[in-house]
Design a protein around this ligand. Structure first.
Ligand code: ZN
Length: 360
């Protein structure tokens, strides 16, 4: 995938940098561990420090010292998660800031304007993220409106420019509404297509069915992005279904909560069995953390609530995801994804920390 700030090899995982920073990690470290693109949140940056300020100071790349590609979400997901604090009309959404209660009105056009001011390489259309579960009638009305908003976004940012615009398929868990949404977006023509409104509490099997059938309606030659997903398992299964892009707070938030990803599953660093453990998180990991620090030290930092715990844990987790995705890319090139997947599951059959990690 070519962007104004460089080439991206897919499938790709995008670390989440909500406030214009991947929490606790220097951009140099992100580059070193193989992060190709990061995600930033429009809602947060619009409210603070404000997209106009970021634009005046040279755009988000310069502001945050990240030279690689950036994808911004449309702000919709956060606005709609405000619940009662937001009000939807055909024009857009009125909401109150979670920071100071100030009133705002976000429209498809404003969302595009904000994302352009931030200088994102990949811009997402403004849509309603429908909660789960939701009545079919509501999902139909909302998906219809999101289609009209997608058209307004396309008009606000015409095709052919330097910035990519992605459409977002909605439709809840209803196959026919997903099909309608996907076909409508493809007719409008976008640079890529995201599957939105999933990973919000629905059963994994339902989600996989929806992803599978939605992907069928999207063009093979355009990138397909599964928003907010997920675990290493979710990513492998989604790649098999033809998905190319992923984002999730799991590796970064998990790291700050002391949950570390390894080939054999998750490792909870606070456990007493690591108190005197001089080995790295993972023997052959090769990340900065595993090259220099023991489990015992990482456990000590975590229990002492030291800032460095978050930094070192995040570096390891993002490196794990980076390596997982490069392994997947190589397996695809060598036409052995099934074998890769088989080995992946075989290694994590027995793991003591796994079940506890699910609740973190
Ligand atoms: Zn490591």
């Amino acid at each position: 995938m070519q962007t104004a700030h460089g080439l991206i090899e897919t499938p790709v995982f995008m670390p989440v940098g909500t406030q214009g920073t991947v929490k606790g990690v220097l951009p140099e470290a992100l580059h070193a561990l193989g992060a190709q693109i990061i995600l930033a949140n429009t809602y947060h940056l619009y409210l603070r420090p404000g997209h106009e300020l970021v634009h005046q100071l040279g755009g988000l790349h310069r502001f945050m010292n990240w030279s690689g590609p950036i994808l911004t979400d449309s702000g919709g997901f956060q606005v709609f998660s405000l619940g009662d604090l937001c009000k939807i009309s055909e024009e857009g959404v009125s909401f109150q800031s979670h920071l100071d209660g100030s009133r705002h009105h976000l429209t498809p056009e404003l969302s595009i304007e904000i994302q352009q001011a931030l200088d994102a390489d990949i811009i997402m259309v403004f849509d309603e993220c429908i909660p789960y579960p939701a009545e079919r009638a509501y999902v139909a009305t909302s998906t219809d409106r999101s289609a009209r908003w997608a058209r307004r976004c396309r008009e606000a940012l015409p095709a052919g420019g330097e910035k990519a615009l992605f459409g977002i398929v909605q439709g809840g868990i209803y196959p026919d509404l997903r099909e309608l949404s996907a076909r409508g977006l493809v007719r409008l023509g976008f640079d890529g297509y995201a599957i939105g409104g999933l990973a919000i509490g629905e059963d994994t099997r339902i989600r996989e069915q929806i992803v599978w059938l939605t992907r069928e309606f999207l063009p093979d030659e355009k990138p397909a992005y599964l928003m907010g997903v997920g675990t290493p398992e979710d990513i492998i299964e989604s790649v098999k279904m033809g998905l190319d892009m992923f984002d999730c707070v799991l590796p970064t938030r998990g790291a700050r909560n002391g949950m570390l990803f390894t080939k054999t599953g998750k490792l909870i660093i606070k456990h007493s069995r690591y108190a005197q453990d001089d080995s790295p998180i993972e023997e052959d990991c090769g990340c900065y953390t595993c090259s220099h620090y023991s489990r015992a030290y990482l456990r000590h930092l975590y229990l002492s609530r030291e800032i460095l715990a978050s930094t070192l844990n995040t570096i390891h987790n993002l490196h794990y995801y980076s390596r997982l995705l490069s392994g997947i890319r190589q397996a695809i090139q060598e036409d052995r994804l099934a074998e890769f997947s088989h080995d992946f599951y075989a290694r994590r059959a027995e793991n003591r920390d796994q079940s506890e990690a699910e609740s973190l």
